[in-house]
Unconditional design. Structure first.
Ligand code: N01
Length: 541
């Protein structure tokens, strides 16, 4: 890509400040350099990788296939990197991201151990003044939040955690050194994707494992394994088309063709066959779009729920435990559809007990363990797999102020408002990669991140070529997008479910759907259309 047409004239220290050195921040830096911008990344941790660096509990894998869950911007990179398993471990993904950092010499512009505490827009000079935790400041023309959607842990909100005299672990912030649970009495609280992945591994080590379940999740088996080299080669030979399909034609950024039929357009036997085929493929993203009405029709969704419930009953020996593990009365995929390796089978082990918090809630953590309504359970270790303050958590942790000192937290008091999830009215030159109102967590994050970074880079290039320096969402543009995103989701089952997608897991968080459900394919078309027609809905000067 050619450099920005004109150099930007401003009095700032740098052209672009990028917060976060995860998948998004690294690629943003790469594109900013291509434009010839003076760019700096600020990363609170001491390594690249973002969530994939901090989040390193045993059993952690991605639920998108490795060959899709990777950068597509460099043909050389995607040809030379070899993934070993269908679904990569956290360790392998982190090795890959470190490799990318080395290959493109990214580290020299990444400031590690540098937490940004505030970013204030200055109406006088049109620059962002960014403050680090150590009090130093830097001024920049563009300000990019690449802070991730699932990077800020949610408080477990259980009293007495500090009283516990054993060891406490959080899946969201796991120790760097491996933890040995052998011979230990271990508790796990939380049954989302993280809990479902860590529980089988801990069960193999612990003397006894007790799982405290408040809400069960639907989970499908990964059927993980080594990648067949022949398959990998065929895919690499066709990577260009494969990636194009993911970006332009797929709903979730993963090449998969939905049947484009209602679950009731086919016979019950055919429906079962379709579910079973996708189930055995180990493909949660595909499963949830098996039929075009799974996420809009309660009846259609129930057919998928019944299918998974049947699988759980077949796997779990104790019928009472199986019923506890089945998410009765829940829709499939309106909370994250999980992917596991031996999760349900783990409850057949003699050293594993499932406790339902619906029947006996936790009263508090005490020095010896966990006091529930009816008894004290003693433990050596407690593992919290209690999730994240998703999507807006990391954005609101920084004191961000736009025009006339307007704070982002104030503006978003009733829920996030954004134009395409990428820019916020009254916050000029601030970009949020995979921000609220974009496909983000409903998609293959690499695809959504590359789309946003490319959009931002092309936008900055456009400004330079047209002798401009500033862009902001107009209030109307933002209102139109919010209305559109709300309308699309209002036809689905998502708003009827308490989930982190709706902000429902964090007390006091506004109930707003945090993503865009219109599909990666349609979303991308809209992004391209906006860019290709001179940025309607945005104000440029
Ligand atoms: O978090 P979650 P997560 N007492 O919010 C329970 C991605 N991810 O870290 O629902 C008792 O899903 C809570 O119960 P409830 C993926 O997008 C991906 O597991 O509030 N329980 C719930 O069961 C995923 O969706 C991968 O009733 C409490 C659990 O904790 C997202 O990250 C792997 C509680 C939290 O589940 C988040 O997943 C890991 C309390 N006080 C993560 N507080 C893969 O790619 C919370 N809970 C495979």
């Amino acid at each position: 890509m050619s450099k920005a047409h004109k150099s930007f004239e401003h009095e700032g220290d740098i052209d672009i400040a990028i917060i976060g050195a995860g998948i998004a921040g690294m690629y943003m830096l790469y594109r900013a350099r291509e434009l010839g911008l003076k760019a700096q990344v600020y990363e609170q941790g001491d390594e690249v990788g973002g969530t994939w660096y901090r989040n390193r509990y045993p059993g952690l894998r991605c639920d998108v296939e490795s060959m899709d869950y990777s950068y597509s911007f460099s043909e050389e990179l995607q040809q030379e990197w070899k993934w070993s398993e269908r679904f990569s471990t956290q360790g392998e993904i982190l090795r890959y991201l470190k490799y990318v950092a080395e290959k493109f010499d990214l580290r020299r512009d990444i400031n590690f151990n540098t937490r940004i505490v505030s970013a204030h827009y200055n109406d006088e000079n049109g620059l962002w003044r960014i403050k680090k935790e150590n009090g130093e400041t830097v001024t920049s023309l563009y300000y990019v939040m690449a802070t991730g959607c699932l990077s800020v842990p949610k408080e477990p909100n259980i009293n007495g955690i500090d009283d516990f005299k054993g060891n406490i672990y959080y899946t969201t912030d796991w120790p760097k050194e491996p933890v040995d649970f052998s011979g230990k009495r271990v508790a796990v609280i939380g049954n989302g994707s993280s809990g479902i992945q860590v529980i089988p591994i801990l069960a193999e080590q612990a003397q006894h494992l007790m799982v405290f379940q408040r809400t069960p999740s639907f989970s499908l088996p990964a059927y993980n394994g080594p990648i067949d080299p022949d398959y990998a080669q065929v895919l690499k030979d066709n990577y260009t088309e494969h990636r194009r399909f993911a970006r332009e034609d797929s709903i979730g950024g993963i090449p998969f063709v939905s049947y484009d039929k209602s679950a009731f357009d086919v016979s019950p036997a055919e429906r079962w066959r379709v579910y079973n085929e996708l189930y055995q493929r180990g493909a949660p993203f595909a499963f949830q779009s098996a039929f075009n009405d799974l996420l809009t029709s309660e009846d259609a969704n129930h057919t998928a729920a019944d299918f998974i419930a049947d699988k759980i009953r077949r796997k779990v020996n104790d019928p009472d435990v199986a019923e506890m593990l089945i998410p009765h009365g829940q829709y499939v995929a309106t909370r994250r559809l999980c992917m596991d390796t031996g999760y349900y089978e783990t409850f057949n082990r003699d050293n594993v007990t499932l406790t339902s918090l619906k029947h006996t809630p936790i009263e508090r953590i005490v020095p010896e363990g966990i006091q529930t309504l009816d008894q004290l359970h003693e433990f050596d270790c407690i593992v919290f797999a209690t999730g994240y303050d998703a999507v807006t958590g990391a954005l609101l942790r920084v004191d961000i102020r736009g025009k006339e000192g307007l704070s982002l937290a104030e503006k978003w008091e009733d829920g996030p408002r954004s134009n395409m999830g990428i820019m916020v009215a009254d916050f000029p030159n601030m970009f949020t990669i995979t921000g609220p109102g974009s496909p983000s967590v409903l998609s293959n994050m690499f695809v959504s991140i590359e789309n946003h970074v490319d959009w931002i880079a092309n936008c900055i290039k456009y400004l330079g070529e047209h002798g401009n320096t500033h862009i902001a969402s107009s209030k109307e543009g933002e209102a139109d997008w919010v209305a559109h995103a709300n309308e699309v989701v209002s036809n689905t089952l998502f708003p009827k479910t308490n989930s982190w997608y709706m902000g429902a897991n964090v007390p006091g968080k506004p109930r707003v759907f945090l993503a865009y459900i219109g599909g990666v394919n349609n979303y991308r078309k809209i992004c391209d259309q906006v860019a290709n027609s001179g940025y309607p809905g945005f104000v440029i000067h």
